[in-house]
Design a protein around this ligand. Structure first.
Ligand SMILES: [Zn+2]
Length: 62
């Protein structure tokens, strides 16, 4: 969980080349905040961030 996707804010191992969630290659190791989304349809945070899949997401990605 070392890089965050700039497109969907999901967090991934630093070894990934593209985001497994949305396919973007725009990954950043400069991110802040971490939220685990376990129930996307029931989470206010997920709604705010347009998260639709389970996973770990960064609140801010630079
Ligand atoms: Zn992504």
């Amino acid at each position: 969980m070392d890089v965050a996707c700039r497109e969907c804010h999901s967090l991934h191992e630093a070894s990934v080349q593209t985001c497994p969630v949305c396919g973007s290659s725009s990954l950043s190791d400069d991110w802040a905040g971490c939220v685990i989304v376990a129930h996307p349809n029931q989470s206010d945070v997920a709604g705010t961030m347009n998260v639709t899949q389970l996973g770990t997401y960064a609140l801010k990605v630079r």
